[in-house]
Design a protein around this ligand. Structure first.
Ligand code: NAD
Length: 254
């Protein structure tokens, strides 16, 4: 039930961080991987690495806020594989800017990359999945979309991630009749490029110390720690799960 042999999985933002490790996990279970990222060089490098390990992988450059580029990506994937079984909407950006210093343009970019992209990419891929009468979509939110997170208190990021949760629940309702399951993973504090400075030059900052102190397990998560939940939700192991929010946060939201 946990195997993904000959299934095709698109993982957005998988040239780095959480997306990369989730893609690796799906590949280990037998999936073909579409490394979809705005950074083509890094995506191509990762796809090559996967192919070196015998995985069928395809790198595609896509800005998840651009409907035309998304449509082209879907066409490319369909031309190569003829099906799309799994979509992980993972691409995202951090935004630690206080409201009083944030321009509307900055606000919109955060909403576009983190939240509106989930609508755009799911819509394009969903049309294929509706035709197939099957599919699993996994949206990456954050604990900051569930609770107003004291150390990570920035409004735009947190609102965008809360939006992802309601998009997930509503889409799950809309598409249940097509056998498309849609779930959210809400990771806690994870060690990636996005948070790299927190574990280097800012490791002694009040924010980082508070965050780790407030995490019952007192450590950040590592990207490979999302592999199990991503594989569970992508595969038939979770065949009755839809609209769910799965935290992976060292106990932070308890
Ligand atoms: P990361 O910066 O390591 O990776 C993000 C990837 O997304 C990069 O490869 C980047 O090139 C790509 N990307 C950015 N904008 C894009 C766009 N417009 N179109 C296509 N690709 C784009 O970050 P990460 O920490 O791995 O974060 C992945 C996801 O997990 C994000 O949605 C983030 O909000 C979420 N998240 C991260 C943490 C954490 O602590 N790191 C916690 C909770 C949720």
């Amino acid at each position: 039930k946990f195997r993904l042999d000959n299934r095709v999985a698109i993982v957005t933002g998988s040239a780095s961080g959480l997306g990369k490790e989730m893609a690796r996990g799906l590949a280990e279970a037998g999936a073909h991987i579409v490394v979809a990222d705005i950074n083509l060089e890094a995506a191509a490098r990762f796809a090559e690495e996967l192919m070196g390990q015998g995985v069928n992988a395809l790198a595609v450059q896509v800005d998840v806020t651009d409907e035309e580029q998304i449509d082209r990506m879907v066409e490319k994937v369909m031309a190569q594989y003829g099906q799309i079984d799994v979509l992980i909407n993972n691409a995202g950006i951090g935004a630690r800017i206080e409201i009083e210093h944030m321009s509307y343009q900055d606000w919109q970019r955060v909403m576009d990359v983190n939240m509106n992209s989930v609508f755009l990419v799911s819509k394009a891929v969903g049309k294929v999945m509706i035709g197939q009468r099957r599919g699993s979509i996994i949206n990456i939110s954050s604990i900051s979309g569930i609770i107003a997170n004291v150390p990570q208190k920035h409004t735009a990021y947190n609102a965008s991630k809360a939006g992802v949760i309601m998009i997930t629940k509503s889409m799950a309702l809309e598409w249940a009749e097509y056998n498309i399951r849609i779930n959210t993973i809400a990771p806690g504090y994870m060690k990636t490029e996005m948070t790299a400075s927190d574990f280097n030059e800012n490791k002694d900052s009040h924010m980082v110390k508070t965050w780790l102190q407030m995490t019952p397990m007192h450590r950040p998560g590592t990207p490979d720690e999302l592999q199990g939940i991503a594989l569970f939700l992508a595969s038939d192991a979770s065949s009755y799960a839809t609209g769910g929010v799965f935290t992976m946060d060292g106990g932070y939201t308890i």
